[in-house]
Design a protein around this ligand. Sequence first.
Ligand code: ZN
Length: 283
Amino acid sequence: MKVLIYNEFLHEREEGEAKRLYPNGIHHRLAEALGGIDDTLEFSFATLEDHAQVITNEKLDETDVLIWWGHMAHHRVEDSVVDLVCEAVNKGMGLVCLHSGHESKVFRRLMGTRCSVHWRVDYENGNIWMLDETHPLCRGVHNPIRLEAEETYSEPFDIPTPDELVGITWWKGGEIFRSLCVYKRGHGKIVYFQPGHETLTSYYNEDVIRVIDNAVHYTYPSVRIDELTSRYRMPEEKDVRRALYQSPENRESMIVSWDELGDGTVRYTGAEHPHTYELKVDP
Ligand code: ZN
C-alpha cells in the first residue's frame, strides 16, 4: 500500500519544542510509528519546499493514500497541486487529513466550506469518544482515547455534515469537537482526525497512531474511476454507425469484430475496451 505523507515541515525546523519532539519532521515520525505497527505500508514524502516537484499526476496515480499535515503555510501550497490532489481523490485515492490540515486548501476545496474551528491554546487533556466501536476506524483502539494534552479545537466546526461521524472529543474545559469524520468525494474516501499539534506528543500516542493506520486502510481505494469508466463505458450508437458504415477506414481502431444479427442489430467487440456489445444501429 503506497502512502504519501505531505508535511509542510516548517515548525520542526525552528528551535523549540516541535523540533525536540519531531527532529526529522512530523512526516518521518508518522512513517516510523505507522511502519512500526503495519509492514504493508510503503512511504514517500513531500514537504512545502518540494511539494510542487513531488506531487505530480504520475505520483498521485501510484499513491493509494495521501496523509496531509499543514498549518502555517496553507496559502503557499500551489493551486495546481491542489487541483491534482482533488482530482486524484475524485478518482478514488484516499486522503487522511490531520489536525490543522482542516484549513488546508485541499480539505477546504473538497468540503466546499471554510472548515474553521473555535480553539484555545490551553493544551488540556481530552477524551476522544468513539461513537461506533464496530467502525473500522476504531479497530484496536481504546474507547475513549485519552489525550494527555492537545490543542483545544471546538465546535462550531464549519464542515458539511460528515457522511460518517465516528469520534467526538470532550475537553476538560467543557467544549466538544467532531474530531473523527469520514467523507466520500467522488470515488475517494476522506478521513479528518484532529490530534497532532506540533509541540505536543499525540503522534507518540498508540491509540492516535492506530486510528491513523485504520484510516489509511479505510480510505484505501477499492477501485480507481479510470478502471470503472473503461470497464463500463458503452460506445455511443453514432460512433459505432460511423465506424461500420460511414467511415470504415477507422474501423479497426474501434471495433475488432462484428456480426449483423438482422433487424439492424449489430453484435460487435470493441477494440479499446474488449467487450462484446449488441446495439441497434441504423446504417
Ligand atoms: Zn495545532
